[in-house]
Design a protein around this ligand. Structure first.
Ligand code: ATP
Length: 256
């Protein structure tokens, strides 16, 4: 590790899965600092979504320690962690009888966002993701990409300290991907941290400061692109894509 700043968020996961018999995830450690973007990458079925579900408290079997600003999170504790995290899911979660604008009003109310700030942020995001003209329509009737953008707008509206984002690039057109990368860059400048899962390795390489490569439920490598290259035995110009293929063919386990 080159940076000694304390992580905003750290998870040390011993075991995670859907029942006690066969954990899907074993021994993965990951951390995110303020202003940092960390990519969870790995082949289909490696365990990325399972890990994300665990971090969100949605798994039946979860043996892990979570630290927020250096303090271990205890169940029933009164830390500000949960109100400081926004989750942007891959499968949109939408209310059937609410317009896009009403989704935004509800999200803003959940964090007590003042009216003026709400309108300013909402208008900017709706224009940025080209849904301003659709704001009084029902997202349940939107295309998949428009629904994905709706989830992004709701997440960005909240301006949390940490974003957990599942497969943000799938379903977006190239213009929307560029807007997403720009929006994430702006959030980084504000100091927000991002932990995302993705298969889109060229966008991940462009965006992320560090990576955790999940393979067979463990971490096959973790670190900056340079560290991933070295773990994969790749040269200094190797793309993340090439390292990914080398490492998923090898399968050594590490703990960050
Ligand atoms: N609800 C579930 N119940 C039991 N097993 C599950 C469930 N969801 C996923 N799994 C299993 O957990 C393993 C990891 O799946 P997971 O969805 O976490 O992979 P992933 O890395 O996100 O894959 P992908 O890139 O294909 O989305 C797979 O073997 C899968 O069959």
């Amino acid at each position: 590790m080159t940076d000694n700043a304390q992580p905003l968020y750290r998870a040390e996961v011993d075991e995670a899965g859907y029942d006690h018999d066969g954990p899907i995830i074993r021994n993965i450690g990951l951390s995110v600092r303020s202003g940092e973007r960390v990519g969870l990458i790995g082949p289909n079925g490696a365990g990325k979504s399972t890990l994300m579900k665990g971090l969100l408290g949605q798994l039946p079997h979860w043996k892990a320690r979570i630290y927020w600003r250096g303090e271990e999170e205890k169940q029933g504790g009164n830390s500000d962690m949960s109100s400081s995290i926004a989750y942007i899911p891959e499968q949109p979660i939408l209310y059937e009888r609410m317009t896009l604008w009403e989704h935004l009003v509800l999200a803003a109310a959940s964090i007590g966002l003042p009216e003026e700030q709400f309108r300013e942020r909402a208008d900017k995001l709706l224009k940025r993701f080209r849904l301003y003209g659709n704001r009084h329509e029902y997202p349940i009737k939107f295309s998949k990409g428009m629904q994905q953008k709706t989830m992004l707008i709701v997440g960005f509206l909240l301006q949390p300290d940490l974003y957990l984002v599942d497969e943000p690039f799938i379903g977006l057109d190239p213009g929307a991907v560029l807007e997403l990368l720009d929006a994430l860059e702006e959030e980084r400048s504000r100091g927000a941290a991002v932990l995302l899962t993705t298969h889109v390795l060229d966008s991940a390489e462009r965006l992320c400061d560090r990576f955790v490569l999940v393979h067979d439920g463990g971490a096959a490598a973790a670190g900056t692109l340079e560290e991933i290259r070295s773990a994969a035995g790749c040269g200094p110009d190797a793309r993340l894509f090439d390292c990914f293929h080398r490492l998923t063919a090898q399968g050594a386990e590490v703990r960050e």
